[in-house]
Design a protein around this ligand. Structure first.
Ligand code: 0A1
Ligand code: ZN
Length: 879
């Protein structure tokens, strides 16, 4: 499947399928040296397709064809063509049955697409185009069929045999083998097919739906993980209830299963009735998972479950519509997480990810619209733009329509399109039809790539009491798209008086009581808004709650930011003011002489924060995090990584020195508060104490060192143990660092997920993760090139989180990454292509970096037989 000039696929060339499949009957014979797949397809010509005599075209990838038969008669040479990547039958009747037998080798499948083996069990991953690695099939999401699947395998090695739907038959076979047959009553695209066979323990629970149906809930995991299922099971039940309460969605099958596998390219997969999870995204216990991991698991369990409606019952017509299911489902899971924890904190986390990573993607060579117009390899389009920006687009619709109309819209969408494969436009139309709102211009959010820039200027006229806001929007050019049209942007804002009180927002000419916050709807390149009746110059609080995924430019003074940081009633903007201030202070030190001082008011502001007993502790914990290096790089014109790193370290050191006593008090205030709990308050306390510890160790505080060692030894949970370990690893206490790392590994060496944490703490640290140490980690016995989590925890963490080391001015970090990408490209192209990402933004960096990043990309480009995945990323980056 290697190719030098992969084809580009265009949305504009979409055609309905020439043939539809009503029924798929599969029989899997699983063996140690391979698997035989018997497939019977019930096919008919698509009445909506104009082509009456079209050949039957079935996709295939890495298949050995054993036989083909049409309506029971074997086809002879000449009656079909096996092209390797397709099986073509030139002449078929209007309705027929096609029987195909293929042989595949799951045990040698390192790409982890299709049927493969992970820790001794068989499992599948079919999205986006993995089903064609199992058998020949029209592998496109608008072909929806009913599946019946019989699995046969050795009973002692594979006692558990699972597929989609309900189990309908099982029995014994000769030679110690057995079988189970599954039937899925809901028509589905092949990408939602799943199969699992293994020696797994079963965890059972039940859920009673709103209409009183009892659903069997099952988790299947390796025996060693039996104790790590409770949290995910509970999250599943909460998700099921939430989807009923908030969206009126009831589960449809009688059984819902979750399987954990160690080797998985992504986080998890929403296969109908049989979700398959990367172990790291589902298994958790207090001793082995951090708070962040618990929250991630809760969100991913919910995400996959929510797909049952937004993705499975209503699916995508083609892969250009990927955000139809992903954007909507991420929006749904973020609403769920907000409801389960702290909404402000969740909003901060989502906005941080968007501004740090999605804005960067949108400004880079792989920028694409939420609904792309073309691609070479669809696996490269499971991006932050499709997922996170797509979710922001749905959020804006939600905010424009309001809760009630949005619910009417989603009800209409599910009802109108149940059982169909549809487009993002169908989604928007349902929202329009239900609410009566015109979302015509809004649709540009799906079509235009690039992050809109909203520039705000203001003037205040004391004599008339009028405050004028001029708001301009522009959308930068992106590859293949120039001269963009203004978009429909909901822009939430408030105005504050000098005493910190919100001021009424009375637009000129308006009567009635003026609101204290409003959402301006921008639709033109420039607007001028006049607010009247203001007796003082207000401080504007702009884009409250991050009401649109845009960059806001406004010439804030440091006084204004300090003011907003302590007074803005919008929690998100309070946090944001602190971030903007810190960014401004750090930026002013980038490249400045060593003697340049740090803004002392920043210390005062953080001191007030630390002493603010009224402030929501979860918000405080977020406000104490300095903007990341990645975000500072994203904001820079021509990033000088070393200078940014130094400036940030300097500010961190200055703050920690200046606030030493307050940090120590914060630490002590937040330790030892009883049993481990996962409430927002308890999570905030752990975050506060670990941040304080990290800052104090950063400045080499001896008392903090003792506390860190004690916490490391005595912690009853992974958040605190890892918090202490991370603080030690990132400190200059080299000996303590080594000892702690050794002790940690010894304690957890038999738990792959914790070993991954151990790898990533080192790989992301500029103290423990310089290149020679990274190479040692790759030689560590626990490292495994075939396991994507291990690759991510070392190579991925190094390139994405250890920026000073990765961007070593000598170019060694880039060379290293190029080497690993080339090595992985042969075994797992999806993972290889994802690892290239840090190099793709080479134009963004100062010349010394940029040139070397480019040559690393060229080195990858020149590798013989590049996969389509890596080819697309590298060639687009160099174009
Ligand atoms: N649909 C899944 C994500 C996913 C996509 C591709 C995969 O393999 C290439 C695996 C999972 C989700 O959104 O969770
Ligand atoms: Zn998804």
């Amino acid at each position: 499947m290697r190719t030098n000039q992969p084809q580009t696929i265009y949305l504009s060339e979409y055609k309905v399928p020439a043939y539809l499949v009503d029924q798929v009957d599969l029989r899997f014979e699983l063996f140690e040296d391979g698997a035989r797949v018997h497939s019977t397809l019930t096919v008919r010509r698509n009445p909506d397709s104009g082509e009456s005599a079209a050949p039957l075209f079935l996709h295939g990838d890495s298949l050995q064809l054993e036989s083909v038969a049409l309506n029971g008669s074997p086809l002879r040479t000449g009656e079909f063509e096996d092209r390797g990547d397709a099986l073509v039958v030139p002449s078929v009747p209007e309705k027929f049955e096609l029987q195909v037998v293929t042989w595949i080798e799951p045990q040698n499948n390192t790409r982890l697409e299709g049927l493969y083996k992970s820790s001794g069990m068989f499992c599948t991953q079919c999205e986006a185009e993995g089903f064609r690695c199992i058998t020949f099939y029209p592998d496109r999401p608008d072909v929806m069929a009913r599946f019946r699947t019989r699995i046969e395998a050795d009973k002692s090695a594979y006692p558990v045999l699972l597929s989609n739907g309900n189990p309908v038959d099982n029995g014994e076979l000769e030679n110690g083998r057995h079988f189970v047959t599954w039937e899925d009553p809901f028509p589905k695209p092949a990408y939602l097919f799943a199969l699992v066979a293994g020696d797994l323990v079963e965890k059972k629970d039940t859920f009673t739906t709103c209409s009183g149906r009892n659903i069997d809930l099952r988790m299947y995991v390796e025996p060693r993980n039996a104790k790590k299922c409770d949290f995910a099971m509970d999250a599943l039940k909460r998700s099921m209830r939430w989807d009923e309460d908030v969206y009126g969605r009831e589960y449809d099958l009688d059984i819902f299963m979750i399987v954990a596998v160690d080797d998985f390219n992504m986080g998890a997969m929403e296969n109908k009735g049989l979700n398959i999870f990367n172990s790291s995204c589902v298994l958790a216990s207090q001793e082995t998972a951090t708070d962040a991991a618990f929250q991630r698991i809760e969100a991913i369990v919910a995400h996959e479950y929510f797909h049952n409606w937004s993705g499975n019952r209503v699916t995508c017509r083609d892969w250009f519509q990927l955000s139809l299911k992903e954007g909507f489902t991420v929006f749904r899971d973020s609403q769920f997480s907000a409801d389960m924890g702290s909404p402000t904190v969740k909003r901060i986390e989502d906005a941080t990810l968007l501004r740090t990573a999605q804005f960067a993607e949108d400004a880079g060579p792989m920028a694409h619209p939420v609904r792309p117009a073309s691609y070479m390899e669809i696996s490269n389009f499971y991006t932050l733009t499709i997922y996170e920006k797509g979710a922001e687009v749905v959020r804006m619709i939600h905010n424009l329509l309001g809760d009630e109309m949005f619910r009417k819209g989603s009800d209409l969408y599910f009802q109108r399109h149940d059982g169909q494969a549809v487009t993002t436009d169908d989604f928007v139309r349902a929202m329009e039809d239900a609410s009566g709102r015109d979302l015509g211009q809004f649709r540009l959010w799906y079509e235009q790539a690039g992050t809109p820039v909203v520039s705000v200027s203001d003037e205040y006229d004391e004599s008339s009491g009028i405050y004028r806001l001029t708001v301009r929007q522009s959308i930068p050019d992106t590859p293949g798209q120039t001269g963009k049209k203004p978009q429909h942007i909901p822009f939430a804002l408030g105005l504050l008086g000098a005493d910190g009180q919100p001021l009424p927002l009375k637009l000129s000419g308006e009567s009635g009581e003026a609101p204290l916050e409003r959402v301006l709807e921008l639709s033109q390149a420039e607007h001028c808004f006049e607010f009247e009746g203001l007796s003082e110059r207000p401080v504007p609080s702009l884009l409250r709650d991050f009401s649109a995924p845009v960059r806001v430019h406004y010439p804030w003074t440091r006084e204004q930011l300090l003011f907003l940081m302590s007074h803005d009633p919008d929690g998100f903007n309070r946090w944001d003011a602190g971030q903007r201030l810190a960014v401004d202070v750090i930026q002013s030190l980038v490249g400045a002489p060593e003697s340049a001082g740090v803004e002392p008011r920043l210390v005062d502001a953080y001191r007030s924060l630390l002493q603010d007993s009224e402030l929501d502790q979860a918000l405080m914990a977020k406000m104490l995090q300095l903007p990341s290096e990645a975000y500072l790089i994203e904001l820079a014109e021509q990033a000088d990584v070393a200078a940014i790193h130094q400036a940030r370290e300097k500010v961190l050191g200055y703050l920690a020195e200046g606030l030493r006593d307050e940090l120590m008090a914060c630490y002590r205030r937040n330790v030892g508060q009883g049993d481990y709990q996962l409430t927002p308050e308890a999570i905030a306390r752990r975050s506060l104490r670990n941040t304080a510890l990290g800052w104090l160790l950063h400045i080499g505080d001896q008392e903090a060192l003792a506390l860190a060692k004690e916490q490391f030894r005595g912690a009853d949970n992974m958040t605190d143990r890892l918090g202490a370990l991370r603080a030690l690893v990132n400190s200059d206490f080299a000996e303590d660092r080594t000892q702690a790392l050794e002790a940690f590994y010894k304690r957890f060496s038999d738990d792959p997920q914790v070993v991954e944490l151990w790898f990533s703490v080192q790989a992301s640290s500029d103290r423990a993760g310089q290149l020679p140490q990274i190479r040692q980690l790759l030689d560590h016995p626990a490292f495994d090139w075939k396991n994507p989590n291990k690759v991510r925890s070392v190579v991925g963490a190094f390139a994405a989180q250890n920026l000073a080391a990765f961007h070593n001015p000598d170019g060694s970090g880039y060379e290293f990454l190029a080497e690993q990408v080339c090595r992985l490209d042969d075994s797992n192209p999806q993972i290889a292509a994802r690892l290239v990402a840090p190099l793709t933004r080479w134009r963004k960096f100062a010349p010394g970096y940029s040139k070397q990043m480019k040559s690393a990309l060229e080195r990858i480009r020149d590798k013989a037989e590049l996969s389509r995945d890596v080819y697309e990323v590298v060639h687009k980056s160099l174009a």
